[in-house]
Design a protein around this ligand. Sequence first.
Ligand code: GLY
Length: 323
Amino acid sequence: MLIIASHNGAIGIHQAMAALKGGGSALDAVETGTRLVEANPDEHSVGYNGYPNILGELELDASIMHGRTLDSGAVAAMRGFPYAISVARQVLERKLPHVLLAGEGAERFAREIGAEERDEMLTDAVRQAWSKGLAPTRLSERLLAQALPDLPEDAPLLGLVKLATDPERVAGTVNFIAIDSSGDIGSGVSTSGWAWKYPGRIGDSPIIGAGNYADNRYGACACTGMGEMAIRAGTARSVVLYLQMGMTLEAAAHTAMRDLRDLGGDYIGGMNLIALDRHGEHIGLSSEAGRKYIVQTGDMAQHAERQRGLVELPRRWGGAGRD
Ligand code: GLY
């Protein structure tokens, strides 16, 4: 039994391992650990009290994948339901003919299955951070001056979102990957996405193959960082495919990270991944020095931190003179 997670999964990994030790599946462990991060009000990149979109609304993305069957469930841009990973899991478990539900459809599904709902998803402190974050756009004054529903549907946000998005806040999100006593791999990712993002923006976390992928035959990978990059490069799937091609875990993970260096465009930020192979070897990589991930095996009383390897990536944020 083994669990690896992004560093912010520390609050949940102990109970995730308890789920495995109690006979739970890899998916049980992933869901258990992730829910504790989603419930943590001090974690502003995942679940309840995450940083909202530019309109001040919290929109959550999550996915979960079973490595034996490749069954997957995901939700995106979902409002009002803090435990996005549990709703994603139900998309998987209820044998829908779908993998990913977004926006109002995801909310409708969550309501239909009786998922836990919450009226107020943000604390005053996070609302203040949002207001401060939007200061360069002067939009927050306008939003605070009038009730949100009164904001015209066609209020231009495109230019404002470029001013307000903050690369320093991009890299949130939580990853959990578990191997259970049957040898099945489960992987899960949950996030509130970029702070002050455009409404309806969906990152890599709910996109199977981008931010999350698991296949018992080879291994699994999960990402945090600038989701647009992992979507464009298919990062999580790339790691597993490179394993399938016969690379070592180290080579597979480094190659997928180095693939990101070739991405063009004006917006290139940071990326981090954790990955394991079918033998239980694991690795963490980051484009930022000093980042860590965590690991716990069945015979460890508590988790341990591991240093992520560094793979430097270029950084670009907006083009001069663009609107
Ligand atoms: N990696 C999370 C996101 O970009 O939304």
